[in-house]
Design a protein around this ligand. Structure first.
Ligand SMILES: [Fe+2]
Length: 351
């Protein structure tokens, strides 16, 4: 049985009343209103649920990678960024709604991440389970000066994680055209976002293996409306205003909640799959936009990571799981892991 999973970054809730809703109400509304879905095989995952909870299983699956309690332990905060480059990013974020960095993650690390995700997939797991390994958190060391520069010190990771694996087939594709649009009013008085989508490429993304296409906000007549009305469509722009974003592996791409974008159709002529992962970050001084926030650096032990993985899976498959009897073991597993997350180490702030 295939369960439909909802797009991690594309919930379109009609929530002018968002601020008055509880987290549970908001998640339910997002789940019910989501227009984009991802699928996963229950037959593959169900028999693996026991070993998924065994840290030694994961260690043996990728023996070169670590799973510690403190993935940010070696966080050096050593990478630097010039003032000019940061100004360029900031300006583009304000004017066009997005920016992309140069390659930040070293090639050797990218290779490790790539091999890891392939191993996880070969073992039958959805690729999001790769987030048990330290390396996917450690690389924030490379992003830190940029995220601090854009969001300010004390910014938080919002673990709305998804790991993407788009195969080299004609039937593959990224998420359909959408605005991420999970939260209203995350643009400040200066036109700067208080919430950023962060998308990290682990292979090169190109037009053949599904790269990102984006409509810069200054070419989108409906952009301003989308900030307050998350159901705002994008159907008044000129096709020539769409911009393809071929992206090298190891690049950090960031955009705000309301720019219209999508991952294109892949092709069997692509040389490699498009592998990437995504989450959100928010300004530290703003009110929490969601139920879990992660300080960087902070402790994230194995159980907590399973909770984060379960949270990602559950959050975007809510309705389907509720309706499916076959999904019962997986649903139980997800709830169990999320309970660990709530009781876990102090990674965030429960609203
Ligand atoms: Fe998106």
């Amino acid at each position: 049985m295939i369960v439909q999973f909802k797009c991690v970054l594309a919930d379109h809730c009609k929530d002018n009343q968002t601020r008055n809703q509880t987290i549970e109400q908001r998640v339910k509304i997002m789940a019910e209103d989501t227009i984009l879905r991802k699928s996963i095989s229950l037959e593959d995952l169900t028999p693996l649920l026991t070993q998924a909870q065994d840290i030694n299983y994961w260690r043996s699956l990728n023996p070169n990678l670590t799973i510690s309690d403190n993935p940010f332990a070696d966080f050096q905060d050593s990478s630097d960024i010039s003032k000019k480059r940061l100004n360029d990013y900031t300006l583009q974020l304000r004017e066009e709604g997005y920016f992309q960095t140069n390659q930040l993650i070293p090639s050797a690390t990218i290779q490790e991440m790539n091999e890891c995700i392939n191993q996880v997939r070969k073992a039958g797991f959805p690729p999001i389970f790769a987030l048990v390994y330290d390396v996917f958190y450690q690389v924030f060391d490379y992003f830190n000066p940029i995220l601090e520069g854009v969001l300010g010190s004390g910014y938080k990771l919002i673990p709305n994680f998804w790991v993407y694996y788009i195969d080299t087939v004609d039937t593959g594709k990224g998420f359909e055209p959408h605005r991420d649009a999970e939260y209203t009013n995350t643009i400040d008085a200066n036109g700067m976002p208080t919430v950023l989508t962060i998308w990290i490429t682990i292979t090169d993304a190109n037009p053949l293996n599904s790269c990102m296409y984006i409509l810069p906000l200054n070419r989108d007549p409906q952009y301003a409306e989308a900030i307050t009305d998350l159901s705002t469509p994008a159907n008044q722009f000129a096709l020539e205003d769409v911009r393809a974003l071929p992206t090298k592996a190891g690049v950090l791409s960031c955009w705000n909640q309301y720019v219209f974008h999508w991952g294109s159709r892949s092709s069997k002529r692509a040389e490699e799959p498009r592998i990437s992962y995504a989450a959100y970050c928010q300004k530290g001084e703003s009110l929490p936009i969601d139920d879990v926030m992660i300080n960087i650096p902070s402790s994230i032990d194995f159980k907590t990571r399973l909770g984060l993985i379960a949270r990602g899976l559950y959050r975007y498959s809510y309705a389907s799981f509720e309706e499916s009897k076959e999904a019962e073991p997986v649903l139980h597993f997800l709830k169990q892991q999320m309970a660990n997350l709530e009781k876990g180490v102090a990674i965030g702030i429960k609203q």
